[in-house]
Design a protein around this ligand. Structure first.
Ligand SMILES: [Zn+2]
Ligand SMILES: [Zn+2]
Length: 278
């Protein structure tokens, strides 16, 4: 089969959760149809990260990250940190995350105290430094504290010029986007940018300098318009990329090429045949 004209990377999906919902095959097919030639499947804790490792070993278009989600009720202990470190040595492990802070408090969502979340985040930032990996950061209603923690804990372990990480499912405004750039963080736009009443988010997407945006699905969550209300699939990242292209006054293929190059620089993914990859 010939390679699709436009290639995209879904920088953030949860293939293990899609598999649990019986949607893995559909997820991989949707990606192929939409030209999503690479996917980063995101880990949530030791066990989930290990299952994502298996996913990456099974499918050549899949890479994985090693994470400790802020909803995890305890901070990682020494044994868990060493298990996460072991996973990070895998050749297809491309980042540390998701990690972060979540201050959205609703009954039944999560009940992890801020202090526990901060302990988890700090341990994981150290792990990322030790392994010179980019971080995948979850920030829900916690912008100021996330910026403060990243300022403290990011360091400069990665090569000069390589992004320090990504603010996944970016939910801030143009001011937060500027702070992200200062921290050498890439902003990742999800289906939320296609939702109504997200003017500040759209302004952020329009304001960022070239080379500092990527796109993601967070599948199975947050399907973009026109798929809203269904389980999200990695192929739907094309709808988000097209929406962001419009906001930036670019053609869809132009923006796809740019954002794909940024995603590859972020996670050190190979370029495909015929492209000047790294
Ligand atoms: Zn998240
Ligand atoms: Zn996620």
């Amino acid at each position: 089969m010939s390679a699709p004209a436009v290639e995209l990377v879904d920088t953030h999906c949860h293939l293990v959760l899609l598999e649990e919902r019986g949607l893995l095959e559909q997820a991989l097919e949707s990606a192929e149809r939409a030209g999503v030639t690479q996917m980063v499947s995101i880990g949530l804790d030791v066990d989930d990260s290990d299952r994502n490792r298996q996913m990456a070993e099974r499918y050549p278009q899949v890479w994985f990250t090693v994470g400790w989600h802020p909803h995890t009720p305890t901070a990682p202990d020494a044994a868990q940190l060493s298990a996460l470190g072991e996973l990070l040595r895998h050749p297809r492990a491309v980042g540390v995350g998701e990690i972060g802070l979540d201050y959205f408090w609703r009954q039944g969502y999560h009940e992890v105290p801020v202090e526990v979340q901060k302990r988890s985040l700090r341990s994981m930032l150290e792990l990322a430094q030790a392994h010179a990996k980019p971080v995948v950061v979850h920030d829900r209603d916690a912008h100021a504290d996330v910026v403060a923690e990243l300022e403290e804990g990011l360091g400069a372990a990665r090569d000069e010029g390589a992004p320090a990480g990504v603010l996944h499912c970016f939910s801030g405004d143009a001011a937060l986007a500027t702070q992200a750039v200062r921290l050498r963080m890439v902003c990742s736009f999800a289906g939320t940018v296609t939702f109504p009443r997200t003017e500040a988010l759209r302004a952020a997407a329009a304001s960022l300098p070239d080379g500092s945006l990527v796109v993601e699905t967070d599948a199975p969550f947050l399907a973009p318009v026109p798929f809203r209300g269904r389980p999200n699939l990695p192929g739907y990242v094309a709808a988000t990329a097209a929406a962001v292209a419009t906001l930036r006054g670019r053609s869809a293929p132009e923006f796809a090429a740019e954002t794909t190059a940024t995603a590859r620089a972020l996670f050190d993914l190979p370029g495909n045949a015929g492209q000047a990859g790294r």
